[in-house]
Design a protein around this ligand. Sequence first.
Ligand SMILES: NC(=O)c1ccc[n+]([C@@H]2O[C@H](COP(=O)([O-])OP(=O)(O)OC[C@H]3O[C@@H](n4cnc5c(N)ncnc54)[C@H](O)[C@@H]3O)[C@@H](O)[C@H]2O)c1
Length: 443
Amino acid sequence: MSEVLRDKIKNKRAKIGIIGLGYVGLPLAIEFARKGYKTYGIDTDVNKIKMIQQKKNYIKDVITKEFLYAINNNLFTASTTYDNAGEMDVIYICVPTPVTVNKTPDITFIMNCAEELSKKLKRNQLIILKSTTFPGTTENYVQPVLERRGFKAGKDYYLAFSPERIDPGNKTYNTANTPVVVGGVTKKCTELAVMISQEVTPKVHAVSSPRVAEMEKLLENIFRSVNIALVNEIARLCERMRDVNIWEVVEAAATKPFGFMPFYPGPGIGGHCIQIDPYYLDWLAKQYDFQTKFIEIAAELNEDMPFYVRDLIFKEIAGLPVRAQEANVLILGTTFKKDIDDARNSPALKLIELLHKDGIKNLNFHDPYMKNIRLPDKIFRCQQLDEKLLRESDIVVIVTDHSSYDYEWIVSYSKKIVDTRNATKKIRNNRDKITLLGYSPSL
Ligand SMILES: NC(=O)c1ccc[n+]([C@@H]2O[C@H](COP(=O)([O-])OP(=O)(O)OC[C@H]3O[C@@H](n4cnc5c(N)ncnc54)[C@H](O)[C@@H]3O)[C@@H](O)[C@H]2O)c1
């Protein structure tokens, strides 16, 4: 049976379905189209589908020329409905996996997809879940729904988990050259999932089950969370010690060619992965009467960083001839990391929320990728970044270190800078204006 799908993949006749056309799904869809596959996207967000129909590329990492090539050559079409899901041969699920207000996994988006697909599932179809989730999701949650009508994975259809590794803004690694991990429910499922994955990226690593692939993804992201927390903790110690600069420490440690990998302190973490994934594992561990203490502490420490930066700002304001609430505070960079347009769970948003709650009346922001920031009781609009704005600000806080900023120019026109990213590293003049997170030298 699997020969049918194998042949279709080999001859590039397999029709590819991508469910969820966001930061993960759209680049994947365009990559398949680029490789010559007929690709169909499904997204419940009407705006995204409209933009695709109007040939408007909305994901910065997707090359517009390739996006237009896919659409103009009828290799990529998209819709809000699952009507033609039954005609596809391979379906990737790339929907969000957030946490609830109680920081427990929310897999409703995945389950909604599974429900829809269960109505359309046809023989020989291969379903690959890509959304980051806890081990067991594919087999214990998705598989039973898909098999309601009596199909069996590995026999009637195929099911696998293959985590997404895309790193928005990364100029070196993308969908086409980042190795992929695949774990199928049966051997045949794995073989087919490996085969289709190799059409996009040559390096595919097969593991023994979806559970291993699901855990592998959590390990990757929690590795980052824990190491960022570690360096944030040492940064806070350095600040208290005064004469040790954490940035110099990390730079020195990074000269070791083995056994060390540099991570940098900052105002906190954001995005749809590192901030959320520790809670997926934490929830799972509790089902086994196991507490992921170390991982929880790291997540808490990272979440505390915007509060720490808030305190740093207030300390600086205290030294100015202005009442705290009257101070003009300018936040530079609000996306969750540099050079991207994604502000989900950004520490800058948390910081703005905290400063607003603290009563800072003259709070402004600038980000080349964001127009507005909405709080429940206020909308902040991106300001024009010019000499006047910098001169009028009592404190300029560098939260996200976009490459497009001219830091020398920013420092020269600002009265006081709080730099949470060491973005001003190369600037020699006006150092006395700069307060660096993780270094507070004695006067
Ligand atoms: N963004 C990243 O850098 C990244 C990296 C690795 C892994 N991931 C993981 O990939 C998954 C997707 O993340 P993303 O950043 O692409 O999310 P996203 O929010 O950018 O895109 C998800 C899309 O799915 C759509 N959607 C939701 N429910 C749907 C449904 N039932 N049917 C059809 N479409 C539906 C949404 O409208 C949205 O457009 C998440 O699990 C995330 O953790 C993301």
